[in-house]
Ligand binder design. Structure first.
Ligand code: ZN
Ligand code: FE
Ligand code: FE
Ligand code: ZN
Length: 266
């Protein structure tokens, strides 16, 4: 499976397990093309939430990845960061972008409103009320803004609010289309993320219809695991490859020093 897994985490975020070298070994054992680390970005406020590294730990993150990169060479290890897109923090992300020789930055929307991270199990009761429309509309708007910010190379789990099974309330394409259109206009890559299979929803992010729209629009694809432990690196990639092929994709995209590189879908 000559695929680059660009979305994996590091224990500094306080909800991932294992050492980076174990992630690299897992990637090698799975026969992957290479592995990219993309832990959750630090925020300027050290008490922002409980699931990311502190700003003071960014240096450790960079040193750790640099260290495994050296140890694994010539096996490819890439340096990335999964950044929360939150209106008002664009300058912060731009600042982070200058702090290291990133291979790529991933843009994610977890916060659909201040203080409401839609994938947080502790916030799940908020999903059960009659606010599904509001959740998906807010998520879609923020995803479009994240793409149009020009800050990101790759967009993560593009239909995350379904994590616990709360699918869009009506015609799902109404929520997918603006995101795909923005990605097309800005030539931003979107991932097929297998982590959803390990979540209550039991399906990859995004939904098949979202991928169909991407294919039609010519939006580039990456296949990622979002592993938070070494054993999930490359998880279910065979299924993801088959789905992508079935929909007509022939290439995948990866990044080095923020330059896009297209390679054949196996
Ligand atoms: Zn995480
Ligand atoms: Fe995420
Ligand atoms: Fe992630
Ligand atoms: Zn993620």
């Amino acid at each position: 499976m000559k695929i680059a897994d660009l979305h994996t985490h590091h224990p500094l975020c306080r909800h991932a397990d294992g050492n980076p070298i174990e992630y690299v070994e897992a990637a090698q054992n799975a026969g992957l093309l290479g592995i990219g680390f993309s832990d959750h970005n630090p925020m300027p406020e050290s008490d922002f939430d409980s699931w990311r590294m502190d700003l003071s730990q960014l240096k450790t993150y960079l040193e750790d990845i640099q260290d495994v990169k050296r140890r694994a060479a010539p096996y490819p290890v890439w340096l990335g960061l999964e950044c929360d897109y939150i209106p008002g923090y664009e300058d912060w992300i731009a600042h982070l972008a200058e702090q290291a020789p990133w291979d790529y930055l991933i843009g994610s929307v977890h916060y659909i409103e201040p203080g409401w991270d839609v994938d947080n199990p502790d916030m799940q009761d908020r999903l059960d009320g009659g606010n599904r429309e509001r959740i998906w509309q807010s998520y879609t708007d923020l995803m479009v803004r994240s793409i149009r910010s020009g800050l990101f190379d790759l967009i993560a789990h593009p239909d995350l609010p379904k994590k616990f099974g709360h699918h869009p309330p009506d015609d799902r394409r109404r929520y997918y289309e603006p995101i795909v259109k923005a990605a097309q206009e800005w030539d931003v890559t979107i991932e097929l993320n297998t982590a959803g299979l390990r979540k209550p929803v039991g399906e990859m992010y995004p939904h098949r219809e979202f991928l169909e729209l991407m294919k039609t629009a010519g939006v580039k694809l990456a296949i990622n695991s979002d592993a938070h432990r070494p054993e999930d690196v490359g998880a279910d990639f065979q299924d993801a490859i088959e789905l992508a092929r079935e929909l007509g994709f022939t290439t995948l995209r990866r990044f080095e020093q923020r330059q896009a590189i297209d390679y054949p879908l196996p």
